[in-house]
Design a protein around this ligand. Structure first.
Ligand code: NAP
Length: 256
């Protein structure tokens, strides 16, 4: 059974839903909280508390920070979860709580890459119009457009959702990381001729870009949203986890 944190103990709220966040959560003790939106898998093997579901906007989060005695928020959400990041920034400002953020650097095109930016769904559709077999790796967004697939196209949609698809679309329900061999096999089996991706950064889902490069296939890249300023920003989970360990040591020694 998890021990309740002592009253008035300063606690960390970690906003998650990514592999980076999970790696940080694994280093947190029972006093601290890992928060998930509730769309994906909820880990059952963490020492820290896990809460699931939205806070109810900026006000709800600011209230949560006060009532739960949160002394530091670490935003390790996905780079496209911009609303949560903005809410965290505003709620922390209201509540006077420092905000740290893990901001994974974007992937950069390499020699041989043919990347084409798209600002939104409408631009994605325009960019893929001349292709026949796109691979969508945007999450579940493409599922909302299954009825719009042109007769000239067959879509492969990889996302974390079991879905039967339709005659023009196959849904691949798979969770990363994805390796090179697996991605090559997927491209072969589905006859992929263009990739549609977020610029998520990191290693876990990078292999599809390598396969696109190997085959001279274009990648339609959904432009990253702009993210708010944080008091401290880290490129990866390891540096955030190390800084957090030092912060917790300092807090702990000032409390004892
Ligand atoms: P979003 O658009 O920025 O957030 C929508 C709302 O979901 C937020 O306003 C908040 O609700 C709630 N929420 C989001 N993250 C939360 C968290 N960690 N804890 C509690 N509530 C959270 O987010 P999204 O793009 O839908 O992503 C949802 C989750 O999936 C995030 O945790 C993100 O890290 C993860 N994820 C997203 C992507 C992506 O491509 N967007 C990819 C992989 C993983 P309230 O306003 O009610 O507080």
């Amino acid at each position: 059974m998890r021990e309740e944190p002592p009253e008035n103990m300063k606690r960390v709220l970690l906003l998650g839903g990514t592999g980076d966040a999970l790696a940080i959560a694994r280093a947190l003790s029972a006093a601290h909280v890992y928060s998930l939106a509730g769309l994906g898998r909820v880990p059952g093997d963490l020492a820290c508390a896990v809460r699931v579901g939205g806070f109810g906007g900026i006000d709800g989060l600011a209230r949560y920070l006060r009532t739960e005695n949160i002394a530091l928020v670490v935003d390790a959400t996905h780079p496209y979860a911009a609303q949560m990041s903005r809410h965290a920034r505003d709620a922390c400002a209201f509540a006077g709580v420092p905000l740290w953020a893990v901001r994974r650097p974007a992937w950069q095109p390499q020699p041989g890459d043919d990347w084409r930016d798209a600002a939104d769904w409408r631009e994605i559709v325009a960019r893929i119009a001349l292709f026949r077999r796109p691979l969508f790796t945007l999450g579940r967004e493409a599922l909302a457009h299954l009825h719009e697939i042109p007769a000239s196209q067959h879509w492969t949609i990889r996302c974390l959702e079991a879905h039967s698809g339709n005659a023009r679309a196959k849904i691949v329900d798979a969770r990363g990381p994805f390796d090179l061999e697996g991605e090559r096999a997927l491209f072969d089996a589905a006859g992929i001729d263009v990739v549609v991706s977020k610029n998520s950064g990191g290693r876990a889902t990078e292999a599809k870009l390598v396969v696109a490069r190997e085959r001279g296939l274009p990648v339609v890249m959904l432009v990253r949203p702009s993210l708010p300023h944080a008091d401290k920003t880290f490129d990866d989970a390891t540096s955030a986890r190390d800084a957090l360990a030092r912060w917790l040591d300092r807090i702990h020694s000032s409390e004892t």
